[in-house]
Each structure stands twice: as C-alpha cells, then as structure tokens.
Design a protein around this ligand. Structure first.
Ligand SMILES: [Zn+2]
Length: 247
C-alpha cells in the first residue's frame, strides 16, 4: 500500500509541476497604433515569433496610406491579434466620452468597420483598464465610485455589442518623447516581483501594456523590445496569444 501511495504521489507531483511552470504567461499588448513604431514592433514579433495583440485606433488607421498598409501587414501575421481600441480614442477626453453609451458603442463599431474586424472582437477601451470577458468582469480601480457607476452601462453595452474587453496588469511606461521609463532590467524585475506576489486579474497570467510610440526609434525601439522578449524567455516566461487568455 505504501508503495502504491508513493507512486500515486509521484504521479500527482509530476502532473502538478509542469502545470505550475506553465502558469507564468505574459501577454504582450501594444496600444494606439498604427503609428510610427508599429512597423518596428511587427519586425520584432516576426523575428522573435512571439504572439501579441495590437489594439488599434480607427482614426490612426485612416490617417495615411502607410498606416493602412501597417494594418494590412499586421493582419497577415498569424501570431498577431488585431484589437479594437476605438475609432477616436475619445479624443483623449475620457470623461467627456464616457457616459454617452450610444456614442461609445458607435465609436467602437466604427473602428470595427475601419479595421475590418468582425465580432467577437478583442478590444480595449481608450483610457480605461476594464475587463468584460465571459469569466471576468473588472472595472478600472483608478476611477472613483461615482465615475465607475456612471460609465458602467458603457462597458456593458459595448461588451453586449460583440466585444471582449481587456484591461492590463502592468505597464511599460514611457515619456512623451517615447523613451521607456523603466529599463528592460527594471521592467523584468517588476514582472518577477508581480509573479511572486501573484495578484493578477487571471492567476498566472500577466497582460503587459505598451504603446506603439515607445518603439518608434529606428534603433532603440527594436533593441528594447527584442531585449525584453529575450530577457523574459531566459527567465522561462512564456508568451500567450490573447484570444486564449480567458480559456
Ligand atoms: Zn490608448
């Protein structure tokens, strides 16, 4: 009996260990493209063969022929998920934008048309860290109760109009110049800390927010992103495709 028990425990351990190791998944997400920086991101994603989601702004996609071409290029990459990040990006006046539910839904649907996306569409609301997924509903912790209550119908109606809404767990912050605030080493240390602390929207899964404009520099942009991917790989993180996040 004792031997059988030991055997059973060994099997249990073997089954548990790989599952635990797999629970360190990072989802790379890039907001506000197509912009200067998007083509560097696509170059790196192609070279490194890692999945990522690009949440794009309809207005930016319409801004020029080269931006339209970037959307088309991104769509051809099998590891890239194109997400909807609204048509107008709320013109960066979020308090004015939210609260007009019909307007918010219309703006999101307009971006679907421009970007050629069909429901269900992976999306991120402009300026809001909000989740509306089949198994998760989370509001933006930075908003006060009154504002969150005022905006809640917007989130619900957008989700009901054929969108999966994703916020984020951590951000690689940047200056107005596009320069990253955290060095790659600093960011990786932050990510290690977050995984040891373990408070994510989904256990073992970290959604990293970045912005396309961070990578616009012809040399540093590609180097920074490549270095981040390499450093995370060396630490045995894996990269997940966002459509599988809520699986
Ligand atoms: Zn944005």
């Amino acid at each position: 009996m004792a031997a059988q028990l030991r055997f059973a425990l060994t099997i249990l351990l073997l089954l548990t260990l790989p599952a635990h190791a797999a629970q360190r998944v990072i989802y790379l997400t890039f907001d506000d493209g197509p912009l200067d920086g998007t083509s560097n991101i696509l170059d790196v994603l192609e070279a490194e063969q890692v999945p990522a989601a690009l949440f794009m702004v309809g207005m930016h996609a319409q801004a020029s022929a080269s931006n339209r071409a970037l959307v088309q290029r991104a769509k051809k990459l099998p590891l890239v998920t194109i997400g909807n990040h609204s048509y107008s990006h709320a013109y960066n006046h979020y308090r004015h934008f939210y609260g007009d539910t019909e307007g918010v839904v219309a703006d999101m649907l307009r971006a679907n048309v421009v970007l050629g996306l069909k429901p269900f569409v992976h999306a991120r609301l402009p300026g809001r860290d909000v989740f509306r997924l089949p198994s998760i509903s989370k509001n933006d912790n930075s908003l006060g109760q009154a504002q969150a209550g005022r905006e809640d119908p917007d989130y619900e109606f957008v989700a009901a109009s054929g969108f999966y809404l994703y916020g984020w767990d951590h951000e690689w912050v940047h200056e107005d110049s596009g320069k990253p605030v955290q060095s790659v080493d600093h960011l990786v240390a932050e990510i290690d800390h977050l995984f040891s602390y373990g408070h994510f929207v989904k256990p073992g899964k970290l959604i990293l927010l970045m912005h396309d404009e961070m990578f616009r520099d012809a040399f540093d942009g590609k180097t920074n992103l490549t270095n981040l991917i390499d450093a995370l790989r060396q630490r045995n993180y894996t990269f997940g495709a966002l459509p599988g996040y809520d699986g």
